[in-house]
Each structure stands twice: as structure tokens, then as C-alpha cells.
Design a protein around this ligand. Structure first.
Ligand code: PRP
Ligand code: URA
Length: 209
């Protein structure tokens, strides 16, 4: 693995193009975020350990495989991360879901925490943090600080678009975290929005602008 692992699968890249388009409305945007999250989850869980078990088919006994090891939890960063939850749960329906609420202060651009509710057994789980956008990296770094404080040792971060600045910040703060994204974009603009990006993910998912 390398940081970041860029998911260049044609289905993901095609859907990402539709997502970036400013003419894509909220309904289609939400559906695309969910579909991309599902496809990315498929790839991000490729290294889950398997163990062999025996089951009986109608014909014979078969030695076959099931997922073993630590159970999974997804942690969306509110709000925009919520848009990815349905998609990842379609891949791993038994996973638990924790929530961390952070918003970027428009003046300082620093993340402000307003909510945290994690599964009680979170320390025993492998965690995948989900948020469509990694811009300055402040939100992801703070969310992962909080998750580590709760005893979690095995963490992945999955975003749709990353900026080089956010990627550097996240890798510096949490070198142990494997990062997955669909695109590493060019840069941040003066307002710390990702260029070319897709605009404000939360506003586009929830139609708030
Ligand atoms: C967006 C996005 C990330 C954050 C990324 O959330 O969903 O959480 O910005 O920016 P950063 O890497 O510079 O921290 P936002 O703060 O706009 O809140 P929202 O999801 O509630 O709209
Ligand atoms: N948050 C977003 O939603 N979009 C950006 O481009 C940067 C931060």
C-alpha cells in the first residue's frame, strides 16, 4: 500500500466526473456520493483477513472462507461524511457506525468539534473514517486524534477528493493511517476549497445552498 491509494477504477472515475459537474443536482449528487463510497469500500476492505470454515452445500461439505479478525466500524465526519454511510453499509451491513461532528470555522478554517458518539466497543474494532473532502486536513487530523484517544489502533481514512496540502498534513500527523481517495486534486484556493474539487460537499449533498 502507499499513501494515498488512488482508486482509478473506471466506474469510480466516471461517477466522480458527474459529481464534479456544477449542473449535477442534489438528488443525483447524493446518489453518486453513495455509489462511489460503495465502490471505494469494496477496494478499501481488500485486506480484511479471512479464515476457512466448513459448511454443507446441498451436494457436499465445502471448505470455504469467511471474514475473520476485528469487526469493522465506519465513522463519518458530519455533515458531508453522512452521504457516504449508505454506500459503505451496502458492502458491510454488519458494521457499526460512530459519528463525529466537526465544522470548519469560516474565519480561522480550523475544525470545531460539536458531536462525538462512538460504539462502546470501538477500541476493539477496525475503523474506516469517511468524509468526501480532505482539504487542509484539519478535520481529518482532529477526528482521528479523537478516535485514537478512544483506544482505536487500526484506522483507515477514505475520502473522494484530497488536496495535496491535506494529504501532507494527515500523513504527517497520522503516518499509520492508510488513506484512500478517488482523486488527488491540484491545490487549495484562497478560501481553502479544493481546486478543481466539487464545491462544498455538505451543501451539495443536503441542498443547503
Ligand atoms: C467539509 C468536509 C470536511 C472538511 C474538509 O466539511 O466535509 O469535513 O470540510 O476540510 P479540511 O480538510 O480543511 O478540514 P465542512 O467543514 O464544510 O462541514 P459540513 O460537512 O458540515 O458542511
Ligand atoms: N470542504 C468542502 O466541502 N469542499 C472543499 O473544497 C473544501 C472543504
Amino acid at each position: 500500500m502507499c499513501n494515498p491509494f488512488i482508486m482509478d477504477h473506471p466506474l469510480i472515475q466516471h461517477k466522480l466526473t458527474l459529481l464534479r459537474d456544477k449542473n449535477t443536482g442534489a438528488k443525483e449528487f447524493r446518489e453518486l456520493v453513495s455509489e462511489i463510497a460503495m465502490l471505494m469500500c469494496y477496494e478499501a476492505t481488500r485486506d480484511l483477513p479471512l479464515k476457512e470454515i466448513e459448511i454443507e452445500t446441498p451436494v457436499a461439505v465445502a471448505k470455504t472462507k469467511v471474514i475473520s479478525g476485528r469487526k469493522l466500524a465506519f465513522i463519518p465526519i458530519l455533515r458531508a461524511g453522512l452521504g457516504m454511510v449508505d454506500g459503505v453499509l451496502q458492502m458491510v451491513p454488519a458494521a457499526k457506525v460512530g459519528h463525529i461532528g466537526l465544522y470548519r470555522d469560516p474565519e480561522t478554517l480550523l475544525p470545531v468539534e460539536y458531536y462525538c458518539k462512538l460504539p462502546t466497543d470501538i477500541a476493539k474494532r477496525e475503523v474506516i473514517v469517511i468524509d468526501p473532502m480532505l482539504a487542509t486536513g484539519g478535520s481529518a487530523v482532529d477526528a482521528i486524534n479523537l478516535i485514537k484517544k478512544n483506544g482505536v489502533t487500526n484506522i483507515k481514512f477514505m475520502c473522494i477528493i484530497a488536496a495535496p496540502e491535506g494529504l501532507d498534513a494527515l500523513v504527517k500527523a497520522h503516518p499509520d493511517v492508510q488513506i484512500y481517495c478517488a482523486s488527488l486534486d491540484e491545490k487549495l484556493n484562497d478560501h481553502s476549497y479544493i481546486v478543481p474539487g466539487l464545491g462544498d460537499a455538505g451543501d451539495r449533498i443536503f441542498g443547503t445552498k
